[in-house]
Design a protein around this ligand. Structure first.
Ligand code: FAD
Length: 624
């Protein structure tokens, strides 16, 4: 869970700005030899960001030995235990994240939040919670419906398989816990996923309590992600270690002479040739974190942005591609007025409900931190056999439910969407001033009304875990965030304003998710635990009471660590930034392949989707 930073807002922002700047090491300055060798060189493709999508695309493009690829990554290679031991995925690896704070969020009492973005080779795949799932087919079909030919589920299905390989847990665990799966939903790809053979005993009664709900329980969530199902983690079953993009897509091909990875290097600006209609990306300005030296690299074919949902809009804007008013305010010369950059920002919105449970089994997920003897033996078992509690991440099951299965009020709440005659009242100010952005939002609303009303697309996530932490997460918010520039120092951290709950319908949806979860925890199948609601607290009953209490408790978070949609793939007349070949409108030789291109956030944790998107992007770039 993310820690909010409240109070001292101004001081916190200053801190963020200071640490976002390139920090030089103390002591004698080490000359960055790799940087010196790579700068001033030309490559066919220059990829900005060696995170999840950047490394997938780098691997695939460099399969052709005659194609040279440079990946520029601000972070370093990190193999500390926190990056690899599954148990440690429950701890936040902030050392491998960018030091970015959000702008005060008006919908959450102006609180400021840590923005979770990986800053390490492998990006988010190294620091994430390892949950592995995908959205419903209808969620990707929605991308196509919004004007992106080939991006429906049929166009993505083969890439979900191409990227992934699943190994089942042990037979005894399958039998004991009633785990179901279907290996044919996965392929033989580099990303390794598995369900831990170690499950805490309370998982069985808690998972079984969902059977009593009489809701869909697909055998395999990666084939049919609607209902209650078991989910793998991005863990390699052979080594019981995290399977992340560096280990799976970069390390095995790092010896290719046509592939170069430059770590500890920040891309500070995209360089262009020409202007107006003949504007073309020609390379990137770079700065070494080791010695502060600067340089530039040239892209003979294309610059490919893979800096993620928060930092891709930032580098576009500092380079002069973005909304004119934002660039003017920061005194960045406008190369192209593209209002969609930093607009349409989306993330899932969790409310971290929790229950105090009695009669919990031993061991349970708190045991490693509360019982030193247990922890020592778990660590030794992991060290010796790669088995036991340290192979367990954050959990292996989800309830992903359509609105109509969560709430009897689904129709009346969904109806309110179309009753919002003037959606600009519930959107950032820029939507009232820009026809394309507004048209795009209205089109999204039409699609969302169908998805809210559908029983094959989901709106509420309820992670099924063997303890009383029982979050709910709104999967299809109507509110939209923005990313802009710091006007006094555009190169400082971007200004991310989440605008959480700006649309009141989002509050109504979250309150319904809370009520559903309460009903679930009151089921007779769970009575042995005598659950007592701690967050937000059973005394809060109306929508306003529930939402206001959770905001005051800092338990509604603006982000589920899925920042996305901020340089959306949409027709330009709908506010898009890239077309369906991921080419940036109005700029030659520039594409985006990361989470910022998603037009409408799907109901799922994002990593499996981003592996598939990146695999598809690579084929598009190669012209396959
Ligand atoms: C804390 C956390 C928990 C998460 N939990 C889950 C989960 O359990 N399951 C799941 O499915 N998803 C999860 N995610 C989301 C998932 O990891 C991301 O959606 C995914 O990594 C996005 O891929 P990307 O390539 O778009 O961006 P990233 O993987 O973030 O890669 C972007 C890379 O670009 C680099 N970069 C940025 N700007 C520059 C620059 N100017 N110069 C050089 N390099 C730059 C960054 O350092 C980073 O390495 C989580 C993410 C986080 C952060």
């Amino acid at each position: 869970m993310m820690a909010p930073l409240y109070g001292l807002v101004a001081a916190a922002q200053l801190l963020s700005l200071a640490s976002f700047a390139i920090a030089l090491p103390n002591g004698p300055i080490r000359r960055d030899a790799a940087f010196a060798a790579a700068k001033d060189q030309s490559y066919d493709y220059v990829i900005v960001g060696g995170g999840l999508t950047g490394l997938v695309v780098a691997n695939r493009l460099s399969e052709d030995k005659s194609t040279s690829v440079l990946v520029i990554e601000n972070g370093y290679i990190d193999d500390k235990p926190i990056t690899s031991i599954p148990y440690m995925a429950s701890m936040l690896n902030v050392a491998d994240m960018w030091p970015i704070l959000s702008a005060p969020d008006p919908g959450l009492n102006n609180t400021v939040w840590d923005v979770r973005v990986g800053n390490v080779v492998g990006g988010g795949s190294v620091v994430n919670g390892m949950q592995w799932d995908r959205g419903a087919d209808a969620d990707y079909d929605a991308w196509e419906e919004l004007g992106n030919e080939g991006w429906g589920f049929d166009g993505l299905a083969k890439y979900f398989k191409k990227s992934t390989h699943f190994t089942p847990p042990s037979r005894s665990t399958v039998k004991q816990f009633g785990i179901t799966y279907d290996e044919s939903a996965y392929g033989n790809g580099p990303a390794q996923v598995t369900i831990s053979s170690f499950q805490y005993p309370d998982m069985k009664p808690i998972f079984d309590s969902w059977k009593a709900e009489n809701l869909p329980m697909p055998q395999e969530g990666f084939a049919d992600p609607v209902g209650i199902y078991w989910t793998p983690n991005s863990v390699d079953n052979k080594t019981a270690t995290r399977s992340h993009a560096r280990k799976t897509y970069y390390d095995p091909v790092s010896s290719r002479s046509n592939l170069k990875l430059l770590t500890g290097t920040k891309a500070t600006e995209i360089l262009f040739d020409g202007k107006g209609k003949s504007l073309k990306a020609k390379g990137v300005k770079i700065t070494s974190r080791a010695d502060g030296s600067t340089g530039q690299v040239t892209a003979k074919r294309e610059v490919i942005l893979a800096a993620g949902g928060v930092l891709t809009p930032h580098i576009l804007m500092v380079s002069g591609i973005g909304p004119k008013d934002v660039l003017d305010a920061a005194k960045v010369p406008v190369k192209r007025d593209t209002p969609g950059v930093g607009s349409n920002f989306q993330d899932h919105v969790p409310l971290y409900m929790s229950f105090n449970l009695s009669n919990v089994a031993f061991p349970n997920p708190t045991t490693p931190t509360t019982n030193a003897t247990f922890n020592a033996s778990a660590a030794a078992q992991y060290e010796k056999e790669r088995q036991g509690p340290y192979t367990f991440g954050r959990g292996n099951a989800l309830a992903m439910l359509p609105f109509q299965q969560v709430s009897s009020n689904w129709k009346s709440i969904t109806k309110k969407i179309s009753q919002q005659a003037d959606p600009t009242k519930y959107l950032p100010a820029r939507y009232a001033k820009n026809k394309a952005l507004l048209a795009g939002y209205k089109k999204q609303r039409e699609v969302l009304i169908n998805l809210y009303s559908s029983n094959v697309s989901t709106l509420g996530e309820f992670p099924v875990q063997p303890w009383g932490r029982a979050a709910v997460a709104h999967q299809k918010p109507l509110s939209r965030g923005t990313i802009t520039l710091n006007t006094t120092d555009p190169s400082a951290a971007p200004v991310l304003t989440y605008n959480t709950l700006q649309n009141p319908i989002d509050k109504a949806v979250i309150a319904e998710l809370v009520r559903f979860n309460r009903k679930h925890w009151a089921r007779p199948e769970l009575s042995q635990y005598k659950p007592v609601e701690l967050v937000p607290g059973a005394q809060y009953k109306t929508d306003n009471e529930i939402i206001n209490a959770a905001i005051a408790q800092l338990q509604i978070n603006p982000s589920f660590a899925h920042p996305s949609c901020s340089a959306a793939m949409l027709p330009e007349e709908l506010g898009g930034v890239v077309d369906s070949e991921l080419k940036v409108y109005g700029v030659g030789r520039l594409r985006i392949v990361d989470a910022s291109i998603i037009p409408l956030i799907p109901s799922t944790h994002l990593q499996a989707t981003m592996y598939a998107v990146a695999e598809k992007a690579a084929d598009i770039i190669k012209g396959v």
